[in-house]
Ligand binder design. Structure first.
Ligand SMILES: O=c1ccn([C@H]2C[C@H](O)[C@@H](COP(=O)(O)OP(=O)(O)OP(=O)(O)O)O2)c(=O)[nH]1
Ligand SMILES: [Mg+2]
Length: 178
């Protein structure tokens, strides 16, 4: 086994597709959404109210700021997929170029870095999620099976004389601490 994809156990009977390349020289394996999903546009009244208040140097009430923060919180689209690879490899999860154009969807973290040691981690089995925000004017409706992103396997390099990390990955997102 060199590298590849598997369906995580919670989605075993959901008819998901393993990521696939659509053309002969495609670098990216297209990932489908595991669920039907609505990503609301960020341009909701609660957010606009806060922007308006800032623009007009009015006091912004705390409740409104909290609501606006929620609107700006990225969504995590489940893929139901985990990836295994060599210890010196990484899977880069990138947006599809058409997503911002057609759906207003951007990946706020730029790209997703899927580490080799994320596979089969104890907290979520290594399920890959795609972080998105919808900067479009309208909500983005995603159907189960829509192609949402693409994963590219790569080798990564390490620096001379680095202190070898001793820590094993325990869990998913944000589990390695601050
Ligand atoms: O778009 C993404 C980005 C990351 N991950 C998973 C795989 C990756 O191995 C893990 C941790 O990602 P990263 O190291 O970028 O985030 P972190 O904030 O440093 O979290 P951690 O402390 O868990 O390393 O989260 C995803 O599923 N999707
Ligand atoms: Mg990390």
């Amino acid at each position: 086994m060199t590298r590849g994809f598997e369906i995580v156990s919670t989605y075993a009977n959901e008819g998901l597709h393993i990521p696939y390349r659509t053309t002969k020289r495609a670098a990216g394996y297209d990932f489908e959404s595991a669920v039907a999903f609505n990503v609301p546009s960020i341009w909701k009244m609660d957010f606009l109210k806060v922007l308006w208040a800032i623009r007009h140097q009015k006091d912004v009430d705390k409740g409104a700021i909290e609501k606006a923060k929620k609107i700006l919180k990225p969504f995590l689209i489940p893929t139901g997929i985990k990836a295994y690879m060599g210890a010196d490899e990484v899977l880069i999860l990138a947006n599809r170029s058409s997503n911002p154009l057609k759906r207003g969807l951007v990946i706020p973290n730029g790209i997703g870095v899927i580490d080799a040691d994320y596979y089969n981690n104890d907290s979520n089995e290594g399920e890959i999620f795609m972080q998105v925000l919808n900067f479009g004017l309208t909500d983005a409706k995603i159907a189960k099976g829509d192609r949402i992103g693409q994963g590219i396997f790569m080798h990564y390099l390490t620096a001379d004389n680095e202190q070898q990390p001793q820590q094993e990955r325990q869990g998913g997102f944000g589990s390695s601490g601050k």
